[in-house]
Structures are given as structure tokens and as C-alpha cells.
Ligand binder design. Structure first.
Ligand code: CLF
Ligand code: SF4
Length: 312
């Protein structure tokens, strides 16, 4: 059964079950963010891109930003942790896989984690976050697995701008630098988003706003996303990560981000309550409880054994 709620201003009808799940998703629904909790499972450490603003080797338990985690879990350990957390957090509605690398670059781990949890918990909303490079390859699998919400980070649709944001990409065993790599990335992102939306997935687009690089270009990106039928876009400020190529780049002022959101809201619904979460965040968006559920022994073992070291 379809209801006539638009998935964006593009008037794509959303299935009633999807609408119900979206209303319980703290990122997709502003009204849900103080009532429902999400849990990120850090099962995907690897990535096939090198974004100039990213450094996943740096970990601080007091820091909150994408890509940061204090542990890497196996699918079974992730399932065990989910069981423990869900018994204690009643409002837990969403399981998200947000790296700390790319959920699709580590697809085996991502798939197995979701499969294990979903087998016993069909009511949970499954959410993925990806750079989109492998979306055309995995879109069908994502749907079959029961994932309903996917976030794709799309910082540009112009390869010259992208060459200033991405250092290289690894695709099908090949290494690409500069605009050649960015062209493949953008092509796959656009094709992948169209595929997902065609298959009924609710898509959110994250855009990192980089002053002097993509800021003037963002309205064009959002218009393209509107054309594809995305549900919501999330324009976020750059948080300069220590050790990244952009570590000395200024943090984007929130005033500028808000002005951009106001402008882009004319085209697509805007997320304004994003907390730029850690890859192991747990709880309500504004109240991270990940430290409460951290198992310190495996962390020590990981260090001794040399695993859990993240490489781009
Ligand atoms: Fe996690 Fe992302 Fe799913 Fe949410 S977070 S994978 S869509 S369940 Fe949410 Fe955190 Fe912002 Fe992401 S507040 S960083 S938008
Ligand atoms: Fe880092 Fe994500 Fe970019 Fe990969 S896609 S380099 S994990 S920010």
C-alpha cells in the first residue's frame, strides 16, 4: 500500500512501511531524534577512497566525529553487543553501519552483521552509510538484506572540484588519482542512488561543506539529488581531522552551513540535527552512550595483537 507522502519535493510516493520506519529513524526524522536511539556497529574498517578530510587512524574516546571508533568488531561480536545494548536501551530503533571505513568496501562483514541481527530482530531499521563507489554493484544485495535507509556522501558532481577533495580511489583492483578517479566515483554514486531509489530505499545525502572548494557548488549538487528523488540532504561543516590533508583547513562556520541549508531547502528537505557521530556511537543523537558499552579487554588485545589498526 502506498501513501502520498513525498520522499522529497519530487513527489515520489513512499510505501507505508517505509514511512513508518522513517518516522522512527532519528536521523531522517527530526521528531524522532529525541525519542529513538541508534547504534553504530564498527565492523567495516576498510575504505576504497582517500578523502582529504579523513584520518581513521586517529582514535580518541572523547572525540566525536565520523570515522572515529575505539574498536573494530567482528560480525558475531557486533551481534553480541547489539543483544546487550538492545536489552538496556528500549528506544533503540536503528542499527547503522558507518564504517569507520566504508560499509560497502567491507561488504562481507557488513552483510554478515546485518544478517545475524535481522534474523532475530526484523523490527529494527537497518541503515548504511557509504561513499557510493560500490553502490551499483551492491544495490540489489542491500535491498535483499532488508536495509531500508542508505546515506551516500556526495560532495560534488564536478570532477574538477572533486580532484581537490579526493586524493585517490581504488576500484576493481585499480588505483586512480585526480579527475579520472573522481569521474568514476561520481558516475557510480549517481547510478547507485538512482538504483536504490528505484528499489524503494530511502536515501539521504551527506555533503561536507568545504569553504572555497565545493561551497558554491552545493546548490547544484542538491538540485541533482532532487532530480534523483532523495528524501533528505544533510549539509555538514568540515571538522578538520588531525593528520588528514585538510587538518589545517578552517572548520566551516555553522552560520554559513545554515545559510546554505536555507537556500537548499527550496529544493530538498534539510537535516539540521546531525551530530557527526563516531563510527561506534550508541544512544540518542545528542547523548552518546558508547563508553558505557565499551569492552576494554578486546581493545587491549587488539593493540597487543596489532589488529584494529585502520588503513586507508
Ligand atoms: Fe548512523 Fe548515519 Fe544511519 Fe544515522 S548517523 S548511519 S543515518 S543511523 Fe545521523 Fe550521526 Fe548525522 Fe549520520 S546524526 S552522523 S546523519
Ligand atoms: Fe574516510 Fe569515508 Fe572518505 Fe573513506 S569515504 S576516506 S572512510 S571519509
Amino acid at each position: 500500500m502506498d501513501c502520498q507522502v513525498a520522499s522529497s519535493e519530487t513527489k515520489m510516493p513512499m510505501a507505508a512501511t517505509m514511512l513508518e520506519k522513517t518516522q522512527k529513524h532519528p536521523c531522517y526524522s527530526f521528531d524522532a531524534h529525541q525519542k529513538f536511539a541508534r547504534m553504530h556497529l564498527p565492523v567495516a574498517p576498510y575504505c576504497n577512497l582517500s578523502c582529504n578530510y579523513c584520518n581513521r587512524k586517529f582514535d580518541c574516546v572523547n572525540e566525536s566525529r565520523p570515522g572515529v571508533t575505539s574498536e573494530i568488531l567482528t560480525p558475531q561480536a557486533a551481534k553480541n553487543k547489539f543483544d546487550k545494548v538492545s536489552a538496556q536501551i528500549e528506544q533503540l530503533s536503528v542499527i547503522g553501519i558507518a564504517g569507520p571505513g566504508d560499509a560497502l568496501a567491507d561488504w562481507e562483514n557488513t552483510r554478515e552483521t546485518i544478517r545475524l541481527i535481522r534474523a532475530e530482530n526484523p523490527q529494527i531499521v537497518f541503515c548504511l552509510s557509504t561513499n557510493g563507489l560500490l553502490l551499483p554493484e551492491y544495490a540489489q544485495d542491500i535491498v535483499q538484506l532488508g536495509v531500508t535507509h542508505v546515506t551516500v556522501t556526495v560532495n560534488c558532481i564536478d570532477s574538477a572540484i572533486g580532484a581537490e577533495i579526493y586524493k585517490h580511489i581504488n576500484f576493481k583492483g585499480q588505483h586512480y588519482e585526480g579527475e579520472t578517479g573522481v569521474k568514476i566515483l561520481i558516475e557510480n554514486q549517481l547510478a547507485g542512488i538512482a538504483l536504490l531509489i528505484g528499489l524503494g530505499i530511502v536515501v539521504k545525502i551527506n555533503i561536507v561543506m568545504l569553504k572555497g572548494i565545493n561551497d558554491q557548488h552545493i546548490p547544484e549538487v542538491v538540485k541533482k539529488m532532487k532530480e534523483l528523488g532523495v528524501y533528505i540532504t544533510n549539509i555538514m561543516p568540515l571538522i578538520p581531522a588531525p593528520g588528514s590533508a585538510f587538518e589545517n583547513f578552517p572548520q566551516t562556520p555553522i552560520k554559513d552551513v545554515n545559510e546554505m541549508r536555507d537556500l537548499c531547502e527550496l529544493d530538498v528537505r534539510q537535516m539540521r540535527h546531525c551530530k557527526q557521530c563516531r563510527a561506534d556511537a550508541i544512544g540518542l543523537l545528542g547523548k552518546d552512550r558508547s563508553q558505557e558499552f565499551r569492552d576494554h579487554l578486546p581493545q587491549v588485545l587488539q593493540k597487543v595483537l596489532g589488529c584494529g589498526v585502520l588503513t586507508v
